[in-house]
Design a protein around this ligand. Structure first.
Ligand SMILES: [Zn+2]
Length: 362
């Protein structure tokens, strides 16, 4: 994603990332900024960037505020076969909010983010994609309303696709109150507490639960799981957002939003499979071949083709600890929890890149 500092808004910066990516343990694809400085005004050199192999453009972290500019980006990218990857959030509706609006935000006394903040941009961009015959990809959708808008648009033939993160499928706004049950588990406190969540004194206001878009209501998380199962959601993507400890070890409202997800994504999906909420074949499709197909690539096990695969033991379990994560960051509310599914080996582009806890350097 291009929301680095400086942003990936120039061909030279994209070239640098592509060069460094050659030595990585995984295949890396670049999404360039849609506008210069991600300022939402002037388009980047989209033609030149497309020739370099970017897979889309996005001002992620922000929506393109101006409908006119978003329309221009869609019209420009469409003939190139590339999507505008939109972080859908109306800045005026989301201003000042730190968690999902609802009874739990009210109980915690935290400013709430209304689902309309996402839907307003999704509806606008669907209309623009329809008019321009462009391709809209909405990233990290988090509300049932967006899901339904995308479902209807797909039904009438608009070129729109979307992804959801593992944390918006598995975690809910009750996690901000300290509840650590997955969306598909019966929440605690229902019936006993008019707000629908029991405050856990030790875990409430955990800044590691602050993320943008915020963790959804339970009913929205269940709707999103349904959207993965029935195919309206095309991919599970982590929105992996590492932060140093000092940006999270602060009060909830002051914390940087973001959760790391690369190393826990498969396990959260397998937990949903174990709960009977998702089929294993659909999970693997939506995490592997599905996203690859979206960017025009094939992932298949075939004689003579370079292998891209993950070997994992679905029956083994592991505990998420800062020391067991390969990431330099550990900003995830899953720390201390035990999850199903242990990765034994990864192969990227025909190269073994990870084996039993060890990253293989190339
Ligand atoms: Zn985003």
């Amino acid at each position: 994603m291009p929301n680095t500092d400086p942003p990936l808004d120039e061909p030279a910066r994209v070239a640098l990332v592509l060069e460094r990516a050659r030595r990585c343990a995984t295949r890396v694809r670049v999404i360039a900024a849609a506008t210069r400085d991600r300022a939402g005004e002037r388009l980047t050199e989209i033609g030149e960037l497309a020739e370099m192999g970017i897979v889309g453009t996005s001002d992620d972290g922000l929506s393109i505020a101006s409908g006119r500019v978003a329309r221009e980006v869609l019209a420009y990218l469409g003939p190139l076969g590339l999507p505008l990857i939109e972080h859908a959030e109306d800045a005026s509706l989301a201003a000042g909010s730190v968690m999902r609006a609802g009874p739990i935000a009210t109980r915690l006394g935290l400013a709430g983010w209304p689902p309309s903040a996402e839907l307003a941009v999704v509806e606008r961009d669907i209309a623009l994609a329809e008019e321009t015959s462009g391709w809209l990809h909405v990233t990290h959708i988090s509300t049932a309303g967006s899901l339904e808008a995308i479902r209807r648009a797909k039904e009438r033939g608009v070129h729109v696709t979307c992804d959801v993160t593992p944390h918006h499928l598995a975690m809910t706004d009750a996690w901000v109150a300290g509840d650590r049950r997955f969306a598909w588990e019966e929440p605690s406190g229902i019936g006993a507490d008019p707000f629908g969540a029991t405050l856990d004194q030790e875990l409430a206001y955990d800044a590691r639960c602050r993320v943008n878009p915020p963790l959804p209501s339970r009913s929205d998380a269940l709707a999103l799981l349904g959207g993965v199962a029935d195919g309206v959601i095309d991919a599970i993507a982590t929105d992996h957002a590492p932060h140093p400890v000092e940006r999270k070890a602060v009060e909830f409202a002051a914390a940087a939003p973001g959760i790391i997800g690369l190393e826990t994504a498969l396990s959260l999906g397998l937990a949903a499979v174990a709960a009977g909420i998702l089929g294993l074949a659909r999970l693997l499709e939506v995490m592997g071949s599905g996203p690859a197909a979206l960017i025009g690539e094939e992932r298949a096990l075939r004689v003579g083709a370079p292998a891209d695969l993950v070997l994992f033991d679905p029956g083994a379990r592991w505990r998420v600890e800062a020391g067991t994560l390969a990431s330099s960051s550990s900003n995830t509310p899953l720390l201390g929890m035990e999850l199903p599914g242990v990765v034994r080996l990864t192969v990227a582009d025909g190269r073994i890149t990870y084996r039993e806890g060890v990253l293989e350097q190339s």
